[in-house]
Design a protein around this ligand. Structure first.
Ligand SMILES: *Cc1c(COP(=O)(O)O)cnc(C)c1O
Length: 403
């Protein structure tokens, strides 16, 4: 089939998309409308924790769909009860509110913190966030985000999100006032380009929060659910936040997100928070299947081993081709290309590998979050062979891009 035969113009043109229509996915591979295959190191934007269409998700959907899809969040349902219990048993938190997207979970975290501030901190409402952060695309989460240009895009912003600098404790402390209720950050800034908080910074934030009676909120939409090699990102840093948000990986590809909080912070009263699809049994059944797989110690050991392998292979490739350093934690990694050829490499890897030795009719999907940077977010069950294959394709694409 020809791309021209797809009537795509009925879709709002909200981003530049390649002329490819994906029709199937299995594990680390996607197939397009022409039958061309792609090794996928984007995975729905760090979403498909178990790869494309994993059997456990297929089975969970097939088992739950004929039973019960949505009774309304005004009633209890079994999968949401089970998933909330699994999440609290496996984390430092005591209460869960389910949502449908990362932005919505973060909106919930902001509301919860403001409510807590009204109740326990004299109406304090400001949440300190970081430059370069990404918390979602609703108006409030855009305001919380420290993405360049977003302060004016849909002005006026929601007030109350002063920006500090990641890994600069003094910049956080300087913003604390009697209006401050919390600090919100990604343990690793994902969209900002895989900028890792240091353990010392995270411990310093915990101490600052304790000293000033502030809530520490971790946006783990990208870092949670095994991505960093620990079940939750905060475990890597040896601290406990008061609030954590999850999205992306928790649904393994379906829309599921969650807001988790310690008991003493869970101050929502009846009517304060809700949503039509929140905690629906169909998505929660999938969350149970994903978490059941990812929380296994052997699975997390694989993520750590695969992350170490990816790191070593990227480091070696960088030395071979004279690129900058690689960075990241677990399977959220980035490579500094030193030159602003990220978009070019992405296009070549996707469209021009077919015909190159070893690639027959296959392409490679990569992401360039910044002009001189590539980000790698494969499925958490990616094999070491698939990582080697990606490195091979990346080497070819880099050579072609620099030729
Ligand atoms: C993707 C992302 C979000 C937004 O999630 P959506 O599901 O797109 O709303 C929020 N925070 C972080 C850290 C993310 O990576």
């Amino acid at each position: 089939m020809n791309f021209k035969d797809f009537p795509v113009s009925a879709l709002m043109d909200i981003t530049s998309r390649p002329e490819i229509v994906f029709t199937e996915g299995q594990g680390s591979w996607l197939t397009d409308h022409n039958g061309r295959r792609y090794l996928d190191f984007i995975q729905g934007w760090a979403v498909n924790a178990l790869g494309h269409s994993p059997q456990v998700i297929v089975d969970a959907l097939a088992a739950q769909a004929p039973r019960l899809i949505t009774p309304s969040p005004a009633f209890y349902n079994q999968p949401s009860i089970q998933l909330a219990n699994l999440l609290t048993a496996q984390s430092c938190f005591h209460r869960v509110f389910f949502a449908n997207s990362g932005a919505e979970a973060n909106e919930g975290a902001i509301k919860l913190a403001r409510k807590w501030g009204r109740k326990f901190k004299d109406g304090a409402y400001e949440i300190i966030t970081t430059v370069g952060s990404f918390h979602g695309r609703t108006i409030a989460t855009m305001s919380a985000s420290g993405k360049p240009g977003w302060d004016t895009m849909y002005a006026p912003q929601v007030p109350g999100f002063p920006k500090a600098t990641l890994n600069d404790l003094g910049s956080v402390e300087a913003l604390i006032s009697d209006k401050t209720v919390g600090i919100m950050l990604e343990p690793v800034q994902g969209e900002g380009g895989v900028n890792c908080a240091t353990p010392a910074f995270m411990r310093g934030l915990r101490a600052l929060a304790d000293r000033h009676k502030l809530l520490l909120i971790c946006d783990e939409v990208q870092t949670g659910v095994g991505r960093l090699g620990t079940l939750w990102g905060y475990q890597h840093f040896g601290i406990e936040p008061d609030i954590m948000t999850l999205g992306k990986g928790i649904g393994g590809g379906v829309p599921l997100a969650a807001l988790l909080a310690k008991a003493e912070v869970s101050v929502f009263e009846h009517g304060d928070q809700g949503g039509t699809y929140n905690g629906n049994p169909l998505m929660c059944a999938v969350g149970l299947a994903v978490l059941g797989a990812v929380a296994q110690p052997a699975f997390l050991a694989h993520v750590q081993a695969a992350g170490a392998h990816l790191s070593a292979r990227l480091t070696a490739l960088s030395a071979e081709l004279g690129l900058g350093p690689e960075r990241g934690i677990g399977l959220l990694r980035a490579l500094d290309l030193k030159d602003e050829i990220g978009a070019k490499v992405v296009n070549i890897a996707r469209d021009s590998l077919p015909g190159q030795p070893g690639w027959a009719d296959c392409g490679l999907l990569l992401n360039s979050p910044r002009p001189a940077l590539l980000r790698f977010m494969p499925a958490l069950n990616v094999s070491l062979d698939e990582i080697d294959r990606m490195i091979d394709g990346l080497r070819i694409a880099l050579r072609l891009a620099r030729a």
